[in-house]
Design a protein around this ligand. Structure first.
Ligand code: DCT
Ligand code: MG
Length: 422
């Protein structure tokens, strides 16, 4: 077996690498590391990452290990796998030999072993083992419930709960979010299409316009980056006159509720005040906006024929007697000819003065955002959040009214949303 632990060490030291030749490595000059760095920058926010991924076989494997680490409270390992996957996503051709990865940043020994395994055996044994593990399967099923995080799932698993049925049979009282999550489990675990996102966008726009004419609504998250499907739909709402957006969310929510569009909603208020909170980074990048986590009831007829195939399938299922018999089962629920589907929707309201930061912070990808904040802190002595950018050296806030200005403040080349798919 190829020992590549030295590779990680040399990467840490910033040395150039020859993956397969340790002796050659020692002969190489440290200068070359500069050259290597300039070819492939190590922060994902310095690279252009489109949705065209030539290395899905490797990135899927690394992403699964990242997910397993994140679900197991091992965030450090999770980030390492995410960075490695992001590095491969930025490559313009498929990797067919480990040698091609020579000198690339972000590829630790563990990730390289996974890549090597896939190259040589067509699959990674660690990934296959993880996929089959009861623990991972249970974590996936339970965190697939809206409102259930890794910690809760972990606690339930320790009590022997591995499935939705076992959870329902247990004495646990679920909170309102989890009840809604369980009720709409199948719908919420089915990817949302761009067409469905657009249909919801029209409804949200109608709601916003009727309660505050002149307000602006922007599609954010994965769909803004050009993704064709997502796990939810995210919108950012603002008004060109500072202050007019105050109190907007409850009105929008009331409008949507009165029209029967919401199956669940929880609104949190904007608690960020520059004067009060200062530049210290909020505990989370996104917990201070006026924000509404919701489950939308999207009627089939609002989708303008986009779901024709599914509707057809549903109709067929309904005429199949075996599926109609057992009223309470999951399959029956799935086969129901219900004229709507549940979709996770996030609404965020931002004052216009914070809009550019909110737009940048909510467009993602998650790793791209993480890397932007790391770049700001480590390379520029600045603190970036979805609300503001603070320059620690000059002890002042840097204003921006566009994403381009924020990239400029950070000394980064502007990367458009479609190339932030790290
Ligand atoms: N975000 C972030 N850090 C997080 C969570 C979210 O920076 N921990 C940002 C980046 C994306 C945006 O918020 C919306 O979040 P998601 O909807 O979770 O991400 P997405 O890219 O839209 O993914 P999907 O397409 O699956 O909805
Ligand atoms: Mg999203």
């Amino acid at each position: 077996l190829l020992d590549i632990s030295w590779y990680t060490e040399s990467m840490k030291a910033g040395h150039p690498v020859e993956i397969l030749d340790r002796h050659k490595l020692q002969e190489q000059q440290v200068d070359e590391s500069k050259e290597v760095e300039s070819i492939v920058p190590s922060y994902a926010c310095q690279r252009r990452t489109t949705l065209e991924n030539h290395n899905t076989v490797f990135t899927d494997a690394l992403s699964l290990l990242a997910e397993n680490a994140e679900l197991s409270d091992e965030d450090g390992r999770g980030v390492a796998f995410r960075r490695a996957a992001a590095m491969l996503k930025a490559l313009h051709s498929p990797v067919t030999d480990l040698l091609q990865l020579r000198g690339l940043p972000c590829l630790g020994g563990h990730s390289l072993r996974v890549i090597k395994d896939v190259l040589e055996n067509g699959a990674s044994s660690e990934v296959e083992f993880t996929k089959q593990s009861e623990r991972f399967k249970a974590l996936k099923v339970l965190t697939g419930i809206f409102g259930v995080g890794a910690k809760t799932a972990e606690r339930w698993i320790r009590e022997g709960i591995h499935s939705l049925q076992q959870l329902q049979d247990s004495a646990h009282t679920l909170n309102r979010a989890q009840q809604a999550g369980l009720e709409h489990y199948d719908d919420l675990n089915q990817p949302v299409t761009k067409a469905e996102g657009d249909a919801i966008g029209e409804i949200v726009a109608k709601a916003v316009m009727s309660v505050l004419p002149g307000a602006q609504i922007t599609l954010i998250g994965g769909f803004r980056r050009g993704k064709l499907t997502g796990h939810d739909v995210d919108f950012l709402i603002t008004h060109p006159e500072e202050g007019r957006e105050v109190g907007l969310m409850p009105k929008v929510v009331s409008w949507l509720e009165s029209k029967g569009f919401l199956l669940y909603q929880k609104t949190t208020r904007n608690s960020y005040l520059e004067s009060k909170d200062g530049p210290a980074r909020p505990s989370s990048n996104m917990d201070r906006f006026e924000r509404c986590f919701s489950i939308f009831k999207l009627p089939e007829d609002e989708k303008q024929g986009t779901k024709q195939t599914e509707t057809l399938t549903d109709t067929c299922s309904l005429t199949t007697p075996s599926l109609v018999k057992d009223e309470g089962s999951e399959s029956t629920k799935r086969a129901n000819l219900k004229p709507w589907r549940a979709v996770r929707v996030d609404l965020v309201v931002s004052p216009i003065s914070q809009f550019a930061f909110a737009l940048l912070g909510w467009t993602g990808s998650k790793l791209f955002e993480r890397e932007l904040r790391r770049w700001a802190g480590h390379e520029k002595a600045m603190s970036l959040s979805s609300h503001a950018l603070y320059d620690n050296t000059q002890s002042k806030y840097l204003r921006a009214s566009s994403e381009e200005e924020i990239f400029a403040h950070l000394g980064l080349e502007y990367i458009p949303p479609s190339e932030r798919n790290a």
